[in-house]
Design a protein around this ligand. Structure first.
Ligand code: SAM
Length: 226
């Protein structure tokens, strides 16, 4: 466990969070795009969602788990873990029937092979310490059932305005999850661009996001190669 990195992440979010505008049109459009693609992915998963157990690592306020709930996963199959107590407290209020734990995903407090699906959305880009990232990846692989699926969403480009995040390239994903096969697609218009589209967002976002180099994130599946 890496306590310095834990403290760093907590202090970064304490400073950054109050300044982030979650009502920005470009931000909301990119979330909508991501969630539409995710629903498409879920409809093609080999797992029966009505009997699935899902763990969201770095679950924040729990909204991703709620998307799984809307897609058919029962509340008693939905689990989340996050380092930030304030986020877990809000998530528990919003979704009292999900199981939500405050904790460091370097040590996930669940038995081996417990989950059919583990989601990890913009978490590894928040972790600068390589040792912590490797420990989190090992924990995810440990709690994933044989034949289970990791669902990945994270940034593939560096953010020159934010030194507290790092890009996660395909090469780095392969280093973190060496025994998994990657099925990733790029999406999400570069946030600094998307956030400046203003009232033209709905017209311009879909045109710009067609240009592959302007897509900042990967979304997709990591399937156990075994
Ligand atoms: C950018 S936020 C994303 C939150 C959520 N996944 C989403 O997509 O809205 C990254 C989250 O990862 C969490 N996180 C980072 N490192 C973690 C760790 N080692 N264990 C648990 N959570 C962690 C942070 O506390 C934060 O809530």
């Amino acid at each position: 466990m890496n306590n310095e990195e834990v403290d760093r992440i907590r202090s970064v979010y304490a400073r950054w969070e109050p300044t982030y505008d979650c009502s920005n049109a470009g931000y909301l459009r990119s979330l909508g795009e991501r969630d539409d693609r995710l629903r498409g992915l879920l409809s093609r998963l080999p797992h029966n969602l009505t009997r699935c157990r899902v763990l969201d690592v770095g679950c924040g306020y729990g909204s991703l788990l709620n998307l799984f709930h809307e897609q058919g996963v029962p509340a008693d199959g939905l689990f989340g873990i996050d380092l930030l107590l304030n986020r877990i407290q809000v998530a528990r209020k919003r979704y009292p029937s999900f199981t939500l734990k405050e904790g460091n995903a370097e040590q996930i407090d669940f038995p081996d092979k417990r989950f059919d699906v583990v989601t990890v959305f913009t978490v590894f880009s928040s972790i600068l310490d390589r040792g912590m990232a490797e420990n989190v990846a090992l924990s995810i692989a440990r709690v994933l059932a044989s034949g289970g699926t990791i669902i990945w969403y994270d940034m593939r480009y560096p953010n020159p305005w934010n030194r507290n995040v790092r890009p996660i390239t395909k090469r780095r994903i392969r280093e973190l999850f060496p025994s998994f096969e990657l099925q990733l697609e790029s999406l999400t218009l570069l946030p600094p661009l998307a956030r400046h589209l203003g009232p033209a967002t709905n017209c311009i976002y879909p045109l710009l996001v067609k240009v592959p180099v302007l897509r900042s994130h990967y979304l997709g599946l990591l399937r156990s190669a075994a």
